[in-house]
Design a binder for this molecule. Structure first.
Ligand code: PLP
Length: 377
């Protein structure tokens, strides 16, 4: 029988403890391995120590990919993947509202390598098509997007990439493989900041790329030169985290849905952005390509409420950077993640000053709603 994703989270990829028959993968700390009469030369920078291999195999299995490579951060995975798949003279089309760090890498670094790029004007498939040129090699999307939870049509982008012979890449961080499996729609490469839901406890910095064996081999060749590999110990912690990924995500999904519905009917909230709400412009599309709507939502306060004061009034929900931990956190994009964009660009992208992004945790949802309600009084 084919294992379901919840079972894969617990078991797939593990290294057997053949010495003591323990129930979990042992941690192998060695950086030096025997080489005589061995099929594989093992070294941490080659992504192939036992605990690193667990992560590659486990996440590849969750995403229905052939193989995966674990990196020391999401940005190490993103930058290495782009540098591996693009050559001098190539061009890449990217969604305009991708994660800020990825945006900055593209703007700041790609031209040094003779690689040109275009960001889309919007998130429709036609916006991506309009930017494709003769030398375009890669198309890059991120859905749901940050912080407005916009939805890009994954199937349509995968089809477009095939039509123009491009490699399609998605940053699947916000959804996690529990809610969205882009390879099933024909996407070639899936990236994650494993610092977020895969790690899930706000204590691990990690990244992952999964794809078919040919593409992973290319990324491996560049990756071993750049050296942004995940350590064995963090690999072990990440394996431990992923064992509970499915149950965590089910709770994140349920809590976020309830909170989104609560906020939507609240008189002090102007607008809620959550793909699980019928009012979301891409609700039907989200339903087609996601099996759960995720733990991230954003909302706009009415003008008379100061976002900073509102955040200070919260007792349980922590005003805090980053996202996707078991604890609920909140931030004001205009003051944090999207500050560097500048007011004009934020306005263009629809990111208002009163917008707050809530990373809904796995606490009791009644407690979370109580906290929001009392801070809105
Ligand atoms: N992708 C998304 C969607 C993110 O939110 C982040 C980090 O916030 C990254 C990539 C980068 O990951 P890391 O911070 O692990 O390098």
């Amino acid at each position: 029988m084919k294992k379901k994703i919840q079972t894969k989270c617990v078991h797939n990829g593990e290294v057997k403890d053949t010495q003591f028959n323990g129930a979990i993968s042992p941690i192998f700390m060695a950086t030096s391995y025997a080489y005589l009469d061995q099929d594989t030369l093992r070294y941490p920078r080659y992504f192939n120590t036992p605990n690193q291999e667990v992560i590659g195999k486990k996440i590849a299995s969750l995403e229905n990919a052939e193989a995966g490579l674990p990196f020391a951060s999401g940005m190490a995975a993103i930058s290495t993947t782009l540098l591996a798949l693009l050559n001098k003279g190539d061009h890449i089309v990217l969604q305009k509202d991708i994660y800020g760090g990825a945006f900055h890498f593209v703007e700041h670094d790609l031209e040094k390598y003779g690689i040109s790029y275009s960001f889309t004007e919007g998130n429709l498939t036609s916006d991506f098509k309009a930017k494709i040129k003769e030398n375009t090699k890669v198309i890059y999307i991120e859905t749901p997007s940050n912080p407005l939870l916009k939805i890009v049509d994954i199937q349509a982008i995968a089809d477009l990439a095939k039509q123009y012979n491009l490699i399609s890449i998605i940053d699947n961080t916000f959804a996690s493989p529990i809610n969205q499996q882009p390879i099933n729609f024909g996407i070639d490469v899936v990236l994650h900041s494993a610092t977020k839901y895969l790690g899930g406890h706000s204590d691990i910095l990690a990244g992952i790329v999964v794809s078919n064996k040919n593409i992973i081999e290319k990324i491996f060749q560049t990756g071993k030169n750049l050296g942004g590999n995940l350590s064995h110990f963090i690999s072990y912690l990440l394996e431990r985290s992923i064992k509970t990924l499915a149950v965590r995500i089910e709770k994140h999904n349920a809590n976020a849905q309830e909170i989104a519905e609560f906020l939507e009917q609240h008189t002090k909230i102007k607008k809620v952005y959550y793909p699980g709400l019928k009012s979301h412009p891409n609700y039907e599309l989200a339903k087609r390509q996601m099996t759960g709507f995720g733990g991230m939502l954003s909302f706009e306060l009415i003008e008379s409420i100061n976002p900073k004061i509102f955040q200070k009034k919260l007792h349980l929900i922590k005003p805090s950077l980053s996202l996707a931990g078991v604890e609920s956190t909140i931030l004001q994009p205009a003051e944090t993640s999207h500050k560097l964009l500048g007011a004009a660009e934020r306005k263009k992208q629809g990111i208002k000053d009163g917008l707050l992004r809530l990373s809904v945790g796995i606490e009791n949802v009644t407690d979370l709603i109580y906290d929001l309600n009392q801070a809105l009084k």
